[in-house]
Design a protein around this ligand. Structure first.
Ligand code: ATP
Length: 337
């Protein structure tokens, strides 16, 4: 049975104009240049669940986050929130990687958290606003007295708790979390992830979670979409992805996860570099780094196939290996509705 979705994204693209200034282009006879930061991406975020986007720096994760929160308009494609999420005060709230940079250092914590309440007039009196701030601080594991302090008086983990409290102020149903723990120590990361899971259970929140680290998203996610150079290369249920990573790039990312046998792994891919998005490789964008690549991979871009188990993968070699069990639906990137 298909799970109801909170957000449905179809064929979403976003390009950025990165051309040199007009005069330089004319003098040097250079054409306009574009980066395809997000290229024909489709996914569903399950209601009350968590979909994670994973991939190396520059693959387009943050741009998807900004498209979902409305910070950027798409160049193409659609975003559809279910009506109850659209009806919430803001359809999607965002939690950022660096809580210090996203908290105004000159404001007391209570004013930081109260800002959206005041802005959107969600409480009538100052007393009600302060009561709500105290409630939010308690919800994220801080003390109501912490409202009188400034951001620099807190540790990194506590500052991320403050960001979460502020994001929750408007009672959103949908949170976009862009690398919320990657600036934190591993032990603090676990505390913040546990807090986010508890809040999800208690408030029925839906998460779009973004990380470069598969091990971080493993225990948060119902499904994981792996991105490479602006496109989704594999999307699967979390346990299936870990048990049977099909795309060679997912397999490469798996090799960066520390485990008992390899406790000191780098956590980041150290073999080969991501090609420039200004000049992406022809065919499959991953083929220059792929141990399985053959002539077809350098010539023909693989479509995103939906497999019998509902998971999706864009790889000629997987398609060949899975034979009849792989089936293409109505076109590249389509999902079973
Ligand atoms: N405002 C912008 N103008 C021009 N290019 C951009 C802009 N935002 C992103 N890009 C480019 O789009 C591509 C995707 O960037 P994006 O930040 O979405 O990736 P990411 O996977 O989130 O990486 P990171 O984790 O480093 O932020 C990159 O090549 C980036 O340089």
């Amino acid at each position: 049975m298909t799970r109801p979705f909170a957000l449905r994204v179809r064929n979403l693209s976003r390009k950025f104009d990165v051309s040199a200034p007009w005069l330089n282009r004319v003098v040097e006879r250079k054409p306009k240049q574009y980066v395809m930061a997000v290229d024909d991406v489709s996914f569903d975020v399950p209601k009350g669940g968590c979909l994670s986007l994973v991939g190396e720096s520059g693959c387009g994760k943050s741009t998807v986050a900004r498209l979902v929160t409305g910070l950027y308009p798409p160049s193409n494609g659609s975003l559809e929130f279910t009506p109850d999420i659209n009806g919430a005060p803001l359809s999607a709230q965002m939690i950022f990687q660096d809580p210090y940079a996203s908290l105004n250092p000159r404001w007391k914590v209570r004013d930081i958290i109260a800002e959206p309440l005041r802005e959107l007039k969600l409480r009538e009196t100052e007393e009600e606003i302060l009561a709500r701030v105290a409630e939010l601080l308690t919800t994220v594991g801080l003390s109501p007295n912490d409202g009188g302090k400034f951001p620099h008086e807190f540790s990194g983990g506590q500052r991320q708790r403050i960001s979460i409290a502020r994001a929750l102020a408007t009672e959103p149903r949908f949170l976009v979390c862009d690398e919320p723990t990657s600036a934190l120590d591993v032990s603090v990361q676990a505390q913040i992830l546990n807090l986010m899971r508890r809040l999800q259970d208690e408030m029925g929140l839906t998460y779009l979670f973004i990380s470069h680290d598969l091990s971080v998203v493993r225990h948060m996610s119902d499904r994981i979409a792996v991105m490479y150079l602006g496109r989704i290369v594999e999307e699967a249920e979390t346990e299936t992805l870990f048990a049977n990573p099909r795309h060679p790039y997912t397999q490469l990312l798996m090799q960066t996860i520390p485990n008992i046998e390899h406790p000191k792994r780098a956590r980041e891919v150290t073999t080969g570099e991501v090609p420039s998005p200004l000049n992406p490789p022809k065919g499959c964008a991953f083929h220059p780094r792929c141990p399985l690549a053959d002539a077809r991979c350098s010539a023909e871009r693989p479509a995103v196939l939906t497999l019998k188990d509902g998971n999706r993968v864009a790889c000629h070699r997987v398609e060949e290996a899975e034979g009849d069990s792989a089936r293409e639906l109505t076109g590249p990137n389509s999902l079973s509705a």
